[in-house]
Design a protein. Sequence first.
Length: 208
Amino acid sequence: MSPKKPAPASIRRGPKVPVTVAEWDVTPGLHEWIEGEIERREKAARSHGVGPVWEYDEELRAVRDAISGEAVAHALHHGAGDHIMLNDPDAVLRHCAADRKILAAHPYTTVVVNPQYGQHTAGFGCETCHDWDGVPEGRGNCATILALAEAYGLDEAEETDVEVIDMPKKKRTPAQKLAREIQAATGKPYTECLAEAQRQLAGQQVDQ
């Protein structure tokens, strides 16, 4: 039996405030659920009892261990035999290893800022996809994690899994605009450029 999927009922909602039109998927625990699905497939792939690489014998309609020749399964149709062969333990373990790398490349955090300086946050965000000048925005699950979850059979998002927001986008301050210009010219970290921009603007005010 498949393990229970993340429960939409456990989602904690932010304040209902007018918040640029966007959708945030706030399905909880996706990383942990995907990790569990990967482990389940790895366990099955390692406990098959024969070699990890299989081949399909069209004449006998049998999937065999490529080394020992031991029959793994019999298929009534060639398509089924090819499918089993292409999903042998070696292929499954390779896919699982690749998916673990994807998970590691998209960690989520609850240490977030409100997107675009708004008054609303999903409460968590992706450190890679939702980065804003070194600090993640609280935009919920990123597109990469959602696509990976879909590959493992996650059902389409229900209404309770998605927050549709409409938040007016705030304009950058003069200091932020100048900091971007300094960063483009020098390549320095944004925080250093912002401090320099603030000093320059403060000096201009004194001169005036």
